[in-house]
Structures are given as C-alpha cells and as structure tokens.
Design a protein around this ligand. Sequence first.
Ligand SMILES: Nc1ncnc2c1ncn2[C@@H]1O[C@H](COP(=O)(O)OP(=O)(O)OP(=O)(O)O)[C@@H](O)[C@H]1O
Length: 633
Amino acid sequence: MNVDNAPPQSNVTLDDDVEAEIASYLDLENPSSFFLFAGAGAGKTRSLVNALRHIATKYRDTLRLRARHVAVITYTNAACEEITRRLEYDPLFVVQTIHSFAWSQIQGFSSDIREWLRSNLQTEIADLTAEEAKGRAGTKASAARLASIESKQRRLGRLDEIKAFTYNPSSENRERNALNHSEVIKIFATFLLEKSLMQRMFVERYPFLLIDESQDTNKTLIDAFLTVQQAHARRFCLGLIGDTMQRIYLDGKENIERALPRGWETPKKVLNHRSPRRIVRLINAIRSGADEQLQEPRDDASEGWARLFAFPVDTPDKPAVEDGVRAYMADLTGDASWIDRDQCKILTLEHHMAAKRMGFEQLFDAIAPIEAFRTAFLDGSFAPTRFFTHSVLPLVAATQRGDKFLATKLVREASPLLRKDVLKGSEKPLDQLRIAQAAIDSLMSLWANGDPTCGAVLKNVASTDLFVVPDSLKAALAALSTEAVGTESDEEADPVGESVAALLTLLDCPFSMIAAYASYVAREASFDTHQGVKGLEFDRVMVLMDDGDSRGFLFGYDKLLGAKAPSASDLKNAEEGKDSSLDRTRRLFYVTCSRAKSSLALVAYSTDPGAMKTHVIQSGLFDEDEVHLGLPA
Ligand SMILES: Nc1ncnc2c1ncn2[C@@H]1O[C@H](COP(=O)(O)OP(=O)(O)OP(=O)(O)O)[C@@H](O)[C@H]1O
C-alpha cells in the first residue's frame, strides 16, 4: 500500500500508551507514585480500573500470600459501587469512600481514640474557658460558650465508660460512643502521622493506594498520605487520579499538582472522549485561564454546538426566557429533545439561585456563607440542618398526613423517650408511650398558629426530649433561650461568634424552608448543581448563571465573562497565586460545560450583557454568531 495514500491515522488510541505507562509504575519491587493529569472526559475511571486490573493480573498471588490488599478511595458511594462492579467484586480490592476507609483503619484502636478525644476535648474546653474569661457574663455569646463547655465536659467525663467507639458514615452518629465525620478523618490522619507502627502496618497491608477525585479529597488526609509515601517510597505506591480544574469542594487540597514530592511520575492524557469538537474548544479556552493543559477531541467526534445567551440581570420572567432558549436550541440542533425540560440537564453553577427559586433563600443565606459549614450544608450532611431534615421533618410530615403508623415508627426508631432500655426500665411502658405521644402533640401544636420557626421547633423538641439535640445545635439553643441579662454594651463587646450567629439565623427561619431545602439536597429539584453532576455526562446541557442571585460571596460570572472588571483583591490574589472567587467560578464553569456530550446552551443574566458579548468574543471563548443578546428572533 502506498503510504502517501493511507488514511490519516485516527487519534482515538492516542492515550493508550498512558495505561502502559501507569502499569509500569505499579511495580511492587520498585513502585513509583504518580499523579495522572487528565481533563474532563479523558476516561480517568477507565484508567483507574485498568490500573487495578493490571495489579490483579500481575500480583494477585503475591499479595494474597501475605494477606495484602489494594486500596481505592472514591468520592461517592455511587463511584464506589461502579468501580467495585467493574472489578467484578474482586476481594483483592478494598474500594471505599474516604470516611468508610478512615474508619476501617482506626476502628480497632479504641484506647488510642479515647486518648485523642481526651486531649482534643481538653484543648477545646481550655480554649472556650479562656474565651469565656475574656468575654462578658450574661451575654448570648457567653450562654453559647457555657453550653459548649458543658457538653464537651460531659463527653469528656464519659470517655472512660466507652469500651468501643462507633461510627456510621451515613448517619447522625448521635450515640454517646459515636465519633463524628470530621473526627474520623482527623484521627486517622493523626494516627498515620504519629504512630509509626500504624504507618508501617498500613503500607504493609496496602502497598498500592489509588485515590480517585484526589483534587477534592480532604487535604489533611492527602497531606498525611503524601508524608507516608515519602517515608516509604520504596514499598508504597500512591496514585492520585483527578483533575485540578475540577476541584469544587473547599476542603480539597489547593494546587495539589505543585505539592508533589520529588520523584513522582506525572502521566498525561490528552484526548476528550466525551464532548464534540466545539465543546472541547470551549473548555480548552476556559481552562487556559488556569493552566496550560489542552485537550484534543476524538477524530471521530462531531462538531456539536455551544451558544451563549446573555440577558439583563433584572429580566422579569427568567423561567420563560429559559424555555425560549431551549426552543431555539431544538431548532438550531435539530434535536427536538431540547423542548422537553426533563431531557435536558439544567445546571445552576451555584446554589443560591436554586435556593431562591425553591424557597429556602433565608436558610441558604444564613449557613452557606460560613466556609466551615458550606460543604456539608450543600451536600445535606450538615448536622444542625440534618437534625431538622432527618429527625423532625419526617415526623411532622407523617403526622400532618395522618400517617400514625409511620409517625410511631419514626419515634420508636429515633426518640430517646422510647429507647429500649428506657422502655425496659419503666414499670409502666404504656406511660412512656403516652409521654412520647404528648411530646408529638406538643410539637404539632406549634402549627396551630401557622408556620413555626426552626428555633421554636428546636426549643420544643429539647423541652420534651422527643429527639436528641445534636451537640452542634446546643450552643445556639442556649444562646436562643437565654434571656440576655448582659447590657447592650456587653452584647456589643462580646458578640456571638460567626458560627453561632449563623445558627441563630437558621433558627430564625420558618420551618417550611426545611422541606424545600431537604428536597433540594435529595436532588428532587428539576435543576442540579455542579456538585450533583460530578463525573456524569449528558447529551443536552443548559447552564444558568446569575450573579444577581449568587450574592457575590463565592461567584462572579460577570467577572469571568468580562462584563465586570476584576476587583483589586482579585488582582492581588492572582498576583500572590491565591485561589480567588474568579478561579473558583472558572472551575465550576469548566465542570458544568464539560458535562455536555452533544450541545451546550449557556444562559447568563448580566449587569452588562453587551460588555459580556464583546469580552467572550475577544477572549476566544465564542464566535460572534454564537452569542445572543436576548432571545434570537
Ligand atoms: N479509551 C476510550 N475509548 C472510548 N471511550 C472512552 C474511552 N475512555 C473513556 N471513554 C468514554 O468517555 C466518557 C468519559 O469517560 P470518564 O467519565 O471516565 O471520564 P473522566 O475522565 O472521569 O471525566 P470527568 O473528569 O469529566 O468526569 C465516558 O462515556 C467513557 O465511557
């Protein structure tokens, strides 16, 4: 065959040798730790599964002989199940989410856990006591501190009674002997770093540890793993898989790629298997503001569509405008499914818009701005809101529906009033049931005068002992219940801290917001956010961006898309290499746009749609005919 006439080589196998490269690092005798650089749709899951299969083929017998395993940490339970399934449930692999994995490693060390907790509680109590000494007596802040000190002291006092600690990654962990989610991570990281025997046992048991979505994995633990790897570089292989451009959680490690120790390998994948050419060009252009990683579309990829529609920020009927955009996209692409809202993935980059449209804005505004609360609040695991969504709401909803059977079941399962030992110890268990029913009646009576506040609900539940109030709410409850005896100037001189203030605002919210928030975090809403679509892909994606809705504490589409100039602090952050709101917005924008398999419509509500249009064209994100100011005729 004449080589000149041969069809040009397709690029679809371009990255195939990366799999071999990774396999070469997975050498039991001479391991190399690695960080896989691969953008959106590069097939990271496939690389991970291939790497694991390689280990199984090459080392199964050797590993089994010494009861060793391969550990894999994934971000979600769904990812965990998917990888386990693809590995055909092979017991060689321990595939777990970070909390389950951390717990499985520390579970047997009850006395060490007890000592860690003792020392941690003592430090926390000492800090609070010092704050109390500096503060003013009789203020709400003082009431909150005293309540925290009391509950910590109570826990400290009971530590020696606890024989074994418990933990459940998907529950409230409110039992006396339970650890909470962040303690499990901190304890594991501390043990790994401080207990050399545990460190040695760990690398002996798991000579290979691969972490998926490593950019979002808790930074304390990533740092601990990096230290362990450095100490045992010759017999422990740490493989980090992920994409720095897709870091969306604030507890992930910033600039992880720059923190890699010497001697690490950095294989790179360049193909995007998911998106059509136009969308790969767009996500490359978005990414170029952050790093130099460019992707190539597959040679057999179609051209696809990406369009930007910019509207004034005060557009009155936004949902109607969005319907119009979908109708236009259906016409443009010849894909009638755009008409059907349910066949499109509608993404809001931030949650405020969802909160506003679904009716829990006040709740969102109370909690989301607090950095330490945000991640858990947005994924539904924040203990104070979970108390309302998982304990109180189901009971209230069942009672309001007249479902007595379910209401009784819920109280039996969760209420301290009907705990088995209480019923057993009671001479007349029937009386105990009456007490529980009276507590339910008392709670439900709050609705006689309309929608009660969360604070009124909490006070009521605490007074009847219907449910255990989580520690995280006790300080706020104390502050709420305090008839402040301090003067106004005392309150000014000793205000409640940011966290308690946020919880007090939460307690001020009408309880009806809890149901709206619960359905949002359970993803029952018709639109989703970047968090909900991690790792997923959809044919038709519509991204909604509204700075008017985002309150500016996290986002800045107008800045990203050029309708507003960056602020002085943005420029300063950029100069100092610090993560700015612009960087965060760029990453969310990248994550959402890169989910599209066929066509993409961006809808921006802007303070200056004209300036946005000029900027996105000048910066090479879009061509002139791809940007519409208003709905095209
Ligand atoms: N080598 C390949 N050949 C063909 N299709 C592939 C290949 N690798 C991955 N794919 C497909 O490409 C799509 C993206 O893969 P995958 O979801 O694993 O990417 P990813 O790197 O995890 O992406 P992201 O980080 O954006 O979530 C999937 O539909 C997958 O089946």
